[in-house]
Design a protein around this ligand. Structure first.
Ligand code: FES
Ligand SMILES: [Fe+2]
Length: 370
């Protein structure tokens, strides 16, 4: 036994995979979520199932198994599991053994994303999934035809920290999505809206230059004009980021205007722990203009990818230093208000879960780093 504490929330919906990722993996994708190896598969009926990936017989991965109707067969000695994880066939053995089976997890597809519930199935309510409507609204929002995935060698909370304080875009992304170091000085976030499971934060940069990523995709004569730029960020447990971005001509009072006439973006980023030191990062970036132009899509995807590469580089270096020194005590500045709130409520939820469902230590979870 160890004194291992719970490090992941279980009773919540995690973004697990884009639907195309499962399709491209021959309809059965092995992926680790919160340090548990899971197989996601799409049955012939079109229904998704998530099971422990480790066959209960000799631990072969079911992700290299074979889908048979609604079931999956382990391709080592042929055990067949139904969507509940119950073993319904042992080749060459007539008597079925009740105890043979693997754990099954609730899984639901919404907005092209597969969402998994890692906790008590009785508590899983698909209505609680933060369904991001622009992902399923091609009439009004145009994103990347293939949504994006990145893999971080860093703890998921470091990515949430990054997204909680946009002053970093001034320094990390000066030449991509930031535009100037001035952003950190003159754009001031409005009052933090504290939510039970996250926060909302609005930030305006008035009378600013058009940032490079946006300048690349608008008409040349507008690139040198001044704009008022608004970012409205929302972050929810267990690591879901949503952002509304608006560029309006500088000086326009948007409260009296129909904002639909201005260029806007919708951005989602989902951070799901793979392990305590690595993170699955899913994202898309959608716009409300120039929707039929694939060149605009290509340009935005390249710019955003470049910007996320900038984040990834600095965050993965942070991770290395934190792993080397686990007693590091971060010092707070005013701009940390949002991330501090997020960490506080996440920790509170974790403690509540820990009290209700004490952790059973496992071999894999012995070395706590973050
Ligand atoms: S390991 Fe799966 S059937 Fe033997
Ligand atoms: Fe960033």
């Amino acid at each position: 036994m160890t004194d291992e504490k719970k490090i992941f929330l279980d009773n919540c919906w995690y973004a697990a995979a884009w639907d195309y990722e499962v399709a491209e993996a021959d309809n059965k994708l092995g992926r680790t979520i919160c340090e548990k190896s899971i197989v996601f598969f799409k049955a012939e009926s079109g229904v998704y199932t998530a099971l422990d990936n480790r066959c209960c017989h000799r631990a072969a991965p079911l992700s290299v198994g074979r889908i048979e109707g609604n079931n999956i067969r382990c391709m080592y000695h042929g055990l067949v599991y139904n969507p509940d994880g119950k073993c319904i066939e042992v080749p060459g053995q007539e008597t079925q053994v009740e105890s043979l089976g693997v754990r099954s997890y609730p899984v639901v597809e919404k907005g092209h994303m597969l969402w998994i519930w890692m906790g008590d199935p009785a508590l899983a309510n698909p209505d609680d999934i933060h369904d991001y409507l622009p992902l399923s609204d091609p009439d009004n929002w145009c994103g990347f035809p293939r949504q994006s995935y990145l893999h971080y060698k860093a703890n998921w909370l470091l990515v949430v920290d990054n997204l909680s304080d946009f002053s970093h875009i001034a320094f990390v992304h000066t030449n991509t999505v930031g535009g100037s170091e001035e952003y950190a000085y003159v754009s001031v976030p409005e009052e933090l809206e504290r939510l039970d499971d996250g926060f909302r934060l609005e930030r305006w940069h008035y009378n600013s230059n058009v940032p490079p990523y946006h300048a690349k995709v608008i008409p040349e004569n507008e690139r040198t004009g001044k704009v008022d730029r608004r970012n409205l960020v929302e972050i929810r447990v267990p690591g879901l980021f949503f952002m509304e971005t608006l560029f309006a001509p500088a000086g326009v009072d948007i409260k009296t205007q129909d904002i639909g006439q201005y260029r806007q973006y919708r951005n989602c980023q989902f951070m799901t722990p793979e392990t305590r030191n690595t993170t699955h990062f899913f994202w898309n970036y959608l716009r409300n203009y120039d929707m039929d132009n694939p060149e605009t899509t290509k340009s935005l995807q390249a710019s955003l990818l470049e910007a996320f590469g900038e984040d990834k580089a600095i965050i993965e270096e942070q991770q290395k230093l934190l792993v080397k020194n686990t007693s590091f005590d971060p010092r707070f500045i005013k701009a940390d208000k949002a991330l501090a709130h997020f960490r506080r409520i996440w920790k509170k939820k974790l403690e509540e879960e820990e009290q209700k469902y004490p952790t059973k230590p496992t071999e894999e979870s012995r070395h706590r780093i973050l």
